[in-house]
Design a protein around this ligand. Structure first.
Ligand code: FAD
Length: 536
């Protein structure tokens, strides 16, 4: 390939412009990198799919300036705080509750609240925000080839309207191209885990269940009867939504795991009727989507200059609602690292930390989604291999990173990938704790796009040190004086400091003021960003 054949040069090319591709574009934009995304479809998602947004996702969307709009959209279409329960049929009523109130206890840990909002409503928001931040999105276009060499990646893009091809040269590529990721296949990256669990179907329907569900405010209703196992997500109107069907009744029955075989609109309507359990309710099916419920994680998240994210990197059954949320966290973790490499000369170890940090979280998430699937959908197939359940707070905001981009406290040799946020104590590698600092402003609002240095109120020396280091390294760091509550939450004394990364994870901390604060900060940043040997 000669240089002449290149039509355009870009810093980052994103393959796939769905939930994770768009989130990557938004955060690259916030970090000052103009992303280019290529998407096969003519526009953003047409199906609701991802809908249960977890705490960390809302915190991430808060950082992108989208939380309030998501709350508004959610309130329009779904019940706030809706629980997750089990019914044999809608007509039969509740038989068990998995989660009585979606937001029970969240105030202790987060400024945000979990909510339901459909993917077809989230994606246009992300798209508009990404474009506002300078991203260029090409729809009805497909990446048909990727070639990496020592200095970049050459992508061949086909216009699906005209068939015309052009070549884009990118310094880095993020493949957010979904669970069948052509990029992952092209790179020969394998998947490991529990494999396929069932051939599932999502049935989008209209059916007036207002009378049957009067007075209830459920977010997700699991349905379990002799005909099927799966879950409903009703819209607030209670006149429609979708039913995801995982098995045709008891999963040990022959053929039960192949829901989609021969499934037509009539068969789909019969399934919805069977799950509603009241023959007088009329059912109209809008669409049926077939998908494979699987639990797998990729063997690598990085191959040179190409990084994979979202469903391309891990596929989970929808139980627990982890899929899209985990992908959004991938994007959030990756975007600032790419920007630091492209804008601030950060070294390869920083980029490699994407795999080191996110793959264990991906594996944990696959295990936990699998476990929730077994518990809620196919308990007959439980065995000793099914991992013990980890609680939702730990899963959402308690995962912990161990990599070159985290400098543990002296003597801290924990390798745990997850812990309860109450026990995190501001340790390096954990999500920086939420504390209200003023009305409506959380510590979490102090993070990104640069680093933040939370410092004890008795040590203004940190401010001078920060100024010196920012001037030398050209990396943005904002000192943030902390009151006693914040200092306690971050595990620092009145003269200590905690360095928080642009993704809101603690990189390093120092309990008390060292002899040379500028030297200590410079060394910490140099190690986290892999800036090579930084002279004092
Ligand atoms: C029934 C159901 C319920 C779910 N509920 C939830 C939930 O409550 N919470 C949650 O977090 N998740 C949920 N999920 C999962 C969620 O939908 C996915 O995890 C999420 O869509 C993954 O986003 P992604 O961007 O990684 O991949 P995708 O959404 O699959 O997007 C990949 C994109 O890449 C494009 N693409 C692929 N190859 C190319 C190429 N060569 N060139 C250009 N474009 C390409 C595709 O067109 C596609 O748009 C649910 C899924 C299902 C099926």
């Amino acid at each position: 390939m000669t240089q002449n054949a290149i039509d355009e040069e870009v810093p980052v090319l994103i393959v796939g412009g769905s939930l994770v591709g768009l989130t990557t574009a938004v955060f690259l934009g916030l970090h000052g990198i103009q992303a280019t995304a290529i998407e096969r479809h003519p526009g953003t998602a047409i199906h609701p799919r991802a809908g249960h947004l977890q705490l960390r996702t809302l915190e991430i969307m808060r950082a992108a300036g989208l939380e309030a709009e998501l709350q508004r959209l959610s309130a329009e279409r779904y019940f706030p705080n809706g629980g997750i329960n089990l019914m044999h049929t809608i007509a039969g009523g509740e038989v068990a509750s998995f989660i009585p109130d979606l937001n029970q206890g969240v105030e202790e840990f987060s400024p945000s609240r979990r909510l339901f909002v459909a993917q077809d409503a989230i994606e246009p928001l992300l798209r508009a925000r990404a474009e506002e931040l300078g991203a260029v999105l090409h729809y009805r276009s497909e990446v048909v080839d990727l070639r990496e060499d020592a200095t970049g990646v050459t992508a061949t893009i086909r216009d699906l309207e005209t068939g015309a091809e052009r070549r884009i040269r990118a310094q880095y590529v993020v493949a957010a191209d979904g669970n069948r990721s052509p990029t992952r296949t092209r790179l020969g990256i394998g998947m490991g885990g529990y494999g396929a669990l069932s051939n599932s179907a999502t049935i989008y329907f209209r059916a007036d269940c207002r009378e049957l569900l009067a007075g209830t405010e459920f977010g997700v209703i699991y349905a379990d009867n002799e005909h099927l196992r799966g879950f409903f997500r009703f819209e607030r109107s209670l006149t429609g939504g979708f039913l995801a069907v995982n098995t045709l009744g008891d999963p040990t029955r022959p053929g039960a795991l192949d829901v989609t075989a021969g499934l037509d609109t009539k068969g789909a309507a019969d399934l919805v009727r069977a799950a509603i359990g009241d023959p007088s309710v009329e059912v109209e099916v809008d669409e049926v989507a077939a998908w494979v419920a699987a639990a797998e994680v990729a063997d690598r998240f990085q191959a040179g200059r190409i990084l994979i994210a979202g469903d391309a990197a891990h596929v989970v059954p929808p139980n627990g609602g982890f899929g899209g949320n985990t992908g959004i966290q991938d994007a959030h973790n990756l975007a600032w690292k790419l920007a630091a490499v492209l804008r601030h000369g950060a070294g390869p170890a920083l980029l490699a930390s994407y795999d080191t940090e996110r793959r264990p979280v991906g594996r944990l998430t696959v295990e936990q989604a699998y476990s929730r699937y077994r518990h809620r959908v196919t308990p007959e197939l439980m065995d000793d291999e099914v991992p013990a359940l980890v609680d939702d707070f730990s899963m959402e905001i308690g995962y912990r990173y161990h990599s070159s981009a985290v400098l543990p406290d002296a003597g801290d040799d924990s390798a745990a990938v997850v812990g309860h946020p109450r026990d995190a104590g501001g340790a390096p590698g954990t999500r920086a704790p939420h504390v209200w600092v003023s009305s409506g402003v959380s510590t979490l609002d102090l993070f990104g796009p640069g680093f933040a240095l939370i410092r004890g109120r008795d040590a203004a020396e940190w401010d001078t040190a920060t100024e010196t280091v920012v001037h030398e390294l050209g990396v943005a760091v904002r000192p943030e004086p902390a009151d006693a509550d914040v200092a306690a939450a971050y595990g620092i004394g009145g003269t200590g400091a905690s360095l928080v990364r642009p993704d809101g994870f603690v990189a390093w901390r120092c309990a008390e003021l060292p002899d040379e604060p500028a030297g200590a900060l410079r060394e910490a940043l140099g190690r986290v960003l892999d800036l090579g040997s930084v002279e004092d």
